[in-house]
Design a protein. Structure first.
Length: 271
């Protein structure tokens, strides 16, 4: 048989196999749609997904004021046929996880956080009005009690998040809000953290600021109380104004590098 005949025969066979798989996929998709009207990830009443992650770049504000990430292009498409960057990253930059190891001698590293804790009911406590007048505002036990009065008990494995309205400030100096002596931004009060540990099954705290503790904190009381219990934190969460106070599910794409004290994360909410 001639070479071109062989090539055509192979091509015909590949096309017939491709048509077969397309037909099979269509049948499978139709069966799936017949069984459920929404993707499995949107089950239990979730109808949309909201990105909760800030864009990570060297310009994003960090706690210490220095860039938290740098990237160097090692290969480029024009010369090498592909792109590849070498990254150098501070674990605690951008939207990121504070693993228990961050403030304890032997707590879970970021790769050891149980995966079931990374899918969490989201409880949003809104203090934005108060924070607009007081940059040092804190989530208090009264705020938690008010949330529970409106929405019921905080669910097991919940992520309790502070919405202070700080996210839009991330493009400028107002995010760190450093006055030459201390930073000023909202956070959790130690008594609120203690209440959540003692009276609820929450396993993570989240803030839309640089720290679980408010900016002027000199003792990191919330970090030292919360993280050593093998609970974890999320800092610089975005778009808390776009999700409901209760009912959303947070999907926490924690990094998994061995022994890490935290790391940048891609986080989304199913609403």
């Amino acid at each position: 048989m001639c070479d071109i005949c062989v090539m055509n025969a192979v091509k015909d066979k590949m096309l017939s196999r491709r048509d077969f798989f397309k037909a099979s996929a269509a049948v499978g998709a139709a069966a799936t749609l017949g069984a459920a009207s929404a993707p499995a990830a949107m089950a239990m009443g979730h109808g949309s997904a909201q990105d909760m992650t800030h864009l990570l770049s060297k310009d994003f504000p960090t706690y210490f004021g220095t860039p938290g990430i740098s990237q160097e292009q090692a290969f480029n498409f024009a010369d090498n046929g592909f792109n590849l960057f070498n990254l150098q990253i501070n674990e605690h930059t951008g939207t990121h996880i504070d693993a228990p190891l961050h403030f304890s001698a032997d707590g879970h590293s970021v790769d050891e956080i149980p995966v079931e804790q990374l899918v969490a009911p989201l409880c949003v406590i809104d203090i934005a009005t108060r924070a607009a007048d007081d940059a040092d505002a804190q989530v208090t036990p009264d705020d938690i009690k008010a949330w529970m009065a409106n929405h019921g008990d905080i669910p097991a494995n919940a992520c309790v998040a502070m919405h202070s309205g700080w996210g839009p400030k991330s493009g400028g100096d107002g995010f760190r809000n450093f006055d030459g002596t201390a930073m000023h931004f909202p956070g959790f009060h130690i008594e609120a953290a203690q209440m959540l540990m003692e009276d609820t099954g929450a396993t993570s705290l989240a803030v839309d600021t640089l720290s679980l503790d408010h900016g002027p904190s000199a003792d990191f009381a919330v970090h030292y109380a919360w993280l050593p219990t093998n609970r974890f934190g999320i800092e610089n969460l975005a778009n808390l104004d776009k999700v409901p106070a209760s009912g959303a599910t947070l999907i926490i794409g924690a990094p998994k590098h061995k022994g890490g004290s935290g790391g940048p994360a891609r986080i989304m909410a199913l609403v």
